[in-house]
Ligand binder design. Structure first.
Ligand code: MTE
Length: 302
């Protein structure tokens, strides 16, 4: 695997998971002493080392409404999702449309591990070591045509495998979208795993989007269709409540959700040390992506 992003890379790229877990436990144990910095830095600064959450945290506290609306529902229910023989359609304004397996989609591309902050619009956060590919590389293989301005994504819609879609909690299938320049940004990933293991079903197996500077609901799971289009795509949460969930949904501590503050976030897995930390502009990726929004006032980010 290759490692390209300064701000997102740590020695985890060569450290087995159990070492990370031990290291995290060590850091937890040292909280409250002055020694934290001496073992590799704090977890949450913009240019500081990120310490991932445990595999357990990441796979037991989920949002995946196709399997229920409780945080524990996806872990309990998503084993019924059949990922063997998974196919992804790429269509719309591309030179090479078609139906591909995950292996075909990613054939010849560089797999990477990226340790990213993950900030849910509900004001909780984790740090996740994703494995996967730059979406840009996948789109370039598909051959994006000059008229394309947006990318639309769609999750599988399988009532027989997904108990949550039997109820109309959202207008299924779950759909999301990005502007083409956001989709082509090198931070934007199609993730196929966590901690070097295949993506657990509850996290969006076999392949999902990860856009680290946007609220988590933009990072659509278990994708079956990617469509290049010239119109802003339909997105499920915007459809459900446009006043609360915008198309952009960039993390912005200065723009509150209509029903709660976005100035800070609750760190999942903190245990005894659970705390709120300040939310960073563009989730800490301001240096990388603020240029995409040079023409937009800050409060337009949502
Ligand atoms: N994708 C689908 N298909 N269905 C969902 O309900 N939830 C979103 C996003 N992608 C969701 C989805 C939300 S609100 C969040 S915060 C993240 O997935 C959660 O990802 P995680 O469970 O891997 O932490």
């Amino acid at each position: 695997m290759a490692y390209r992003w300064k701000n997102t890379l740590t020695p985890a790229d060569v450290t087995p998971e159990h070492m990370w877990l031990n290291r995290r436990a060590l850091m937890k144990g040292m909280m409250g002493t002055a020694a934290l910095g001496s073992i590799g830095g704090a977890a949450f600064g913009q240019d500081e080392e990120l310490v991932p959450n445990s595999f357990e945290d990441i796979t037991s506290y989920n949002n995946f409404y196709e399997f229920g609306t409780g945080k524990g529902d996806p872990a309990r229910n998503a084993h019924t999702l059949v990922t063997d023989g998974w196919e992804i359609v790429i269509d719309g304004l591309v030179d090479n449309p078609g139906t591909f397996s995950v292996a075909q989609l990613t054939d010849g591309l560089t797999e990477e591990e990226r340790i990213y902050r993950f900030r849910c619009v509900e004001a909780w956060s984790m740090i996740v070591p994703w494995n996967g590919f730059e979406l840009k590389d996948i789109l370039e293989k598909a051959g994006v045509q000059s008229g394309a301005k947006y990318v639309a994504f769609e999750t599988a819609n399988r009532p027989e495998q997904m108990p949550g879609v039997r109820r109309q909690t959202l207008n299924w299938p779950y759909r999301e979208g990005l502007r083409l320049d956001e989709a082509m940004h090198p931070l934007t990933m199609m993730a196929t795993g966590i901690y070097g293991k295949p993506m657990p079903n509850q996290n969006g197996a076999p392949i999902r989007l990860v856009v680290p500077w946007k609220y988590g609901f933009k990072s659509i799971k278990s994708i079956v269709r990617i469509t290049l289009t010239d119109e802003e795509p339909f997105t499920s949460w915007n459809d459900a409540n446009a006043r609360e969930y915008g198309f952009y949904s960039n993390v912005n501590p200065q723009v509150d959700h209509p029903r709660w503050s976005q100035a800070s976030e609750r760190v999942i897995g903190g245990g005894l040390f659970a705390k709120r930390i300040p939310t960073l502009m563009l989730n800490g990726y301001e240096n990388e992506v603020a240029g995409l929004y040079a023409d937009k006032p800050l409060n337009d980010y949502f």
